[in-house]
Design a protein around this ligand. Structure first.
Ligand SMILES: Nc1nc2c(c(=O)[nH]1)N[C@H]1C(S)=C(S)[C@@H](COP(=O)(O)OP(=O)(O)OC[C@H]3O[C@@H](n4cnc5c(N)ncnc54)[C@H](O)[C@@H]3O)O[C@H]1N2
Ligand code: MOO
Length: 388
């Protein structure tokens, strides 16, 4: 399909994501990964009645000034006698018949006795079984993001490993022919940009190649290898004008199927996508900022879906700080911005908005989505912002 809308391009990409596969990893390595299965509580947490403070477990509530005898150990029944106080530490199991724990600082110790300074309330400083989580409760839902809290919950239930979606494996290819020349006229920065973006989005970079001068046979070889090694190839450069080869006939020769060529977006209007068997080959503009925008809008949905996440990035509304005059081009336009809070959500349009510049990428944390009809941007306007 030629020159399609961004929405159609994203839909075609999403349709071509193979369902994610699971892998078991150590809980220590699980931060930011997505759970592949539901996990249910096999028991209550805590599973026993515990002391919530260091102090004394008692089976009778005595008023201020009352005495208990300190029990060094319990009798054969395992129960506390009425006038006994068993020293306990936070988290320790308390006897079945304990009514409360009196914190250490609320008693005076006098020989083998304690004297109550502050009358305890019934059930005070006792952690009840199931107080945190109940047996049978769903602890983790398939698709949950494993954050420090969820990781610690799994650990509290004795798990050492967790099943998560595999990371998508990405190959990165530069296609500009001047990069691989002996004295390169174009210095490659996009492969570094893309490698960092892939990692930021949870993927794993398996190969980086400068393929701008490869013969069709060599390229075919590279694709064959990447079909085995990778789930997605992100190429940058040579999207316009067939610099040193006819990419379309190469794709035909290699059995690739063009999903789309040209997307109504700016920058990155020459972006395209090809499928080689199961491998998605995404072709992004060589201009650095256009390459980054293409990554967020076209590669990120693939990487996110593969990991069991929603393909969509978070969208918010923000008020623009600056005027930004431009002429409407009939396609969606994406400006690199920095959103922040100042009583409301605001967004600063960053300097260096030409697609060939790197400058706007230094501080961007969002893309301003400007609709095709928008003639110009005035300070104070509310705009749609995509968080990246
Ligand atoms: N006559 C026309 N010329 C151009 C058009 C057009 O419509 N008509 N479109 C312009 C637009 S828009 C873009 S975007 C670029 C498309 O460029 P390519 O994707 O074909 O990329 P290259 O030609 O290979 O490189 C362009 C430029 O990008 C920089 N580049 C490339 N690769 C890298 C890299 N790995 N790291 C850093 N920078 C890279 C480099 O400065 C190249 O000069 O075409 C316009 N031209
Ligand atoms: O794809 Mo180009 O970077 O639109 O300007």
């Amino acid at each position: 399909m030629l020159n399609i809308s961004l929405k159609e391009a994203r839909e075609l990409i999403c349709k071509n994501v193979r369902a994610g596969e699971p892998e078991k990893i150590s809980l220590y390595k699980a931060l930011g990964r997505i759970a592949f299965r539901d996990v249910y509580a096999e028991k209550d947490l805590p599973s026993i009645r515990q002391a919530a403070q260091d102090g004394f477990a008692v089976a009778e509530i005595k008023k201020e000034g009352g005495f208990y005898q300190i029990a060094s150990q319990l009798g054969s029944t395992g129960a506390l006698a009425k006038d006994e106080a068993l020293p306990v530490e936070t988290g320790q199991k308390v006897p079945e018949n304990a009514l409360a724990v009196i914190p250490r600082e609320d008693v005076d110790i006098e020989g083998g006795f304690i004297k109550v300074k502050k009358e305890p309330q019934r059930n005070n400083f006792l952690k009840m079984p199931g107080e945190d989580f109940k047996k049978g409760e769903r602890l983790i839902k398939k698709g949950d993001l494993l954050n420090p809290g969820r990781i610690s919950l799994l650990a509290a239930y004795g798990y050492k490993e967790v099943e998560v979606y595999k990371k998508p494996r990405a190959g990165i290819i530069t296609l500009n022919p001047y990069i691989s020349s002996p004295s390169p006229a174009v210095i490659d920065s996009n492969s570094y940009l893309l490698a960092a973006l892939v990692e930021k989005e949870g993927g794993e970079v398996v190969r980086i190649e400068h393929a701008g001068n490869k013969s069709p046979a060599e390229l075919m070889d590279l694709i064959s290898n990447l079909k085995i090694e990778a789930d997605i190839v992100i190429a940058t450069g040579a999207t316009f004008g067939g610099k040193n080869r006819d990419l379309a006939s190469f794709i035909k020769d290699t059995g690739g199927k063009i999903l789309f060529s040209g997307v109504k977006m700016q920058p990155g209007g020459h972006n395209g996508a090809v499928i080689f068997d199961d491998l998605l080959f995404l072709s992004l503009s060589g201009n650095p900022a256009a390459c980054a925008v293409g990554f967020h809008l076209l590669a990120s949905p693939f990487l996110r879906l593969y990991q069991g996440k929603s393909p969509h990035l978070t969208r918010i509304k923000a008020r623009v700080d600056d005027d930004f005059p431009f002429s409407a081009r009939g396609s969606y336009r994406f400006l690199r911005g920095h959103f922040y809070f100042a009583g409301e959500v605001r967004v600063r349009i960053l300097p260096g908005q030409k697609p060939g510049m790197i400058r706007s990428l230094l501080d961007y944390n969002c893309l301003l989505e400007i609709s095709p009809e928008t003639e110009t941007i005035r300070a104070g306007m509310e705009v749609d912002v995509i968080l990246v």
